[in-house]
Design a protein around this ligand. Structure first.
Ligand SMILES: [Zn+2]
Length: 482
């Protein structure tokens, strides 16, 4: 297990601080620049009813650049290209030739500002390459960097949609009823050809693409909650309905009357939590409770080296598959956050669990030291009075923490009952802090046979069966706490 300290996210706006008289506009406008050498975002400034951007900052990530101001004159050198601008004048000299801006060049505290509308006109003179500037979307493409999107619907059960990209992508994925949204802040994705595409798919009905304020957005419309997962190479995002199957005829050793999970009720049904335990549901298509099992690490991120040859990521995957089977036998629907050797960030793992609206999240780790198992729940950071998106993200677990502790205690008790050494623990452990639903992390340590136990199906099986029994025993407590 690798316990990572909570990331502190800081947004530095050093470029703006150089011009204290120019606060960002209220709606925080920015331009995204995509080039083969760098992808970045710059603030846009409103001056006299027009949008401007700092020219030095715009060129800096692309090459060697220097500037010099002298009175109203501003000289700029980019690689071998010289240019000269005059404050208040729309005419500049670039590479020895005149260029007329659409509005005057501005000089503020030695910082040269150029009108956004002129970018496609003058930038090729500096760069020696064409640019594609989509002004209304504030997205600037330098060279041939666009990432193509294509779709591959699959009508199998459950219905899936593969969204393919011509290069790896890293969008932020979120959900709201009837919709799964991917926002691309740093990926130069381009329109799939049409702004709206319909699919012959019973669950995922269509996709729409839009661009705004430096971001691209792809929305998938669906009539059921969706789950998204990345392929190993991050060129494909598989979107599928959260697994939903009729209530099992065979119920495992859990309670006789498994409760439905409110988060998985059909969108629009609006079933209030606590209102679903009764047997008055006339809908024959009873949903199973969804458990998300997260085999920690994966891909290039190998986790702990348990032996010279054994990586933690491989133990967690095998363990996760056993746990999936044990949970399914007890009537749960189970989604693994990876079912192969793929890499995901902690934020992506938390987002996937949240997007799926799982009733419980179980992260699995393995360690070569110690014995038995350690069951972690989140230790939430002590927060100041500041409220904001990062506060909410780091404390997403707070409302569900009491139930997480109940689940943890149940797992520890069940393991001890089977003479499997186990201990409960708290840790500032991501992504536990970032998931809304009850969440635990189970760290598997060797038993009497040492590290060999970690790859023993028999040993893993004992642990998985204890976890599944414990989770089943508290199933009526699960779900997102309101
Ligand atoms: Zn680990």
């Amino acid at each position: 297990m690798t316990i990572k300290p909570l990331a502190i996210l800081l947004t530095t706006v050093t470029l703006l601080s150089a011009a204290p008289s120019a606060p960002p506009s209220a709606d925080d406008k920015h331009i995204s620049v995509y080039s083969p050498v760098a992808t970045y975002s710059l603030p846009i400034l409103d001056r006299a009813g027009r949008e401007y951007v700092g020219l030095l900052e715009l060129l800096e990530p692309l090459g060697r650049v220097s500037s010099q101001s002298e009175g109203r004159r501003w000289r700029l050198r980019y690689n071998a290209v010289n240019a000269e601008f005059v404050a208040g004048s729309a005419r500049a000299k670039i590479r020895g030739r005149d260029f007329d801006f659409i509005a005057p060049f501005l000089l503020e505290n030695s910082r040269g500002l150029v009108p956004l509308s002129s970018l496609s006109g003058f930038l090729p003179r500096f760069l020696g390459a064409p640019v594609n500037f989509r002004e209304s979307a504030r997205r600037l493409f330098v060279g041939d960097v666009g990432i193509q999107i294509s779709f591959q619907p699959d009508a199998n059960t459950p219905p899936r949609l593969a969204v393919n990209f011509s290069a790896p992508v890293n969008p932020t994925i979120s959900t709201e009823p009837g919709k799964l949204r991917m926002v691309f802040k740093r990926d130069p994705v381009v329109s799939p050809g049409s702004q709206s595409i319909s699919f012959d798919n019973s669950v995922i009905t269509h996709a729409s693409y839009s661009e705004n304020n430096g971001d691209a957005e792809l929305d998938l419309a669906a009539n059921e909650p969706l789950l998204a997962s990345f392929s190993t190479d991050r060129r494909t995002i598989i979107v599928s309905a959260v697994p939903q199957t009729p209530a099992p005829n065979v119920v495992g050793p859990g309670p006789q009357n498994p409760a439905q999970a409110p988060p998985l009720s059909a969108p629009g049904a609006n079933v209030a939590p606590g209102n679903v335990n009764g047997n008055n549901n006339t809908n024959a298509n009873v949903h199973r409770i969804l458990a998300v099992v997260d085999p920690a690490h994966g891909g290039e991120e190998r986790g702990a080296a348990l032996t010279d040859k054994l990586a933690e990521k491989d133990v967690t995957l095998g363990f996760a598959r056993l746990l999936r089977h044990e949970l399914e036998m007890r009537g749960f629907a189970v989604a693994l956050l990876r079912d192969g050797d793929t890499t995901s960030t902690l934020d992506q793992r938390a987002a996937a669990a949240n997007v799926a609206r799982a009733a419980i999240y179980i992260s699995l780790h393995a360690v070569a030291q110690g014995s038995g198992a350690r069951v972690y729940t989140a230790l939430l950071p002590v927060e100041g009075t500041s409220k904001g998106v990062f506060h909410a993200w780091n404390a997403a677990q707070a409302p569900s923490l009491p139930v997480s502790r109940i689940v943890s205690a149940a797992i520890v008790a069940e393991m001890q009952k089977r003479e499997f050494p186990a201990q409960g623990s708290f840790a500032s452990l991501r992504p536990l802090n970032n998931v809304f639903m009850p969440a635990v992390a189970v760290e598997l340590a060797p038993g009497a046979n040492g590290v060999a136990d970690l790859t023993s199906a028999n040993y893993q099986q004992r642990a998985a069966s204890a976890i599944a029994n414990a989770v089943a025993s508290v199933r009526d407590r699960l779900g997102v706490q309101q």
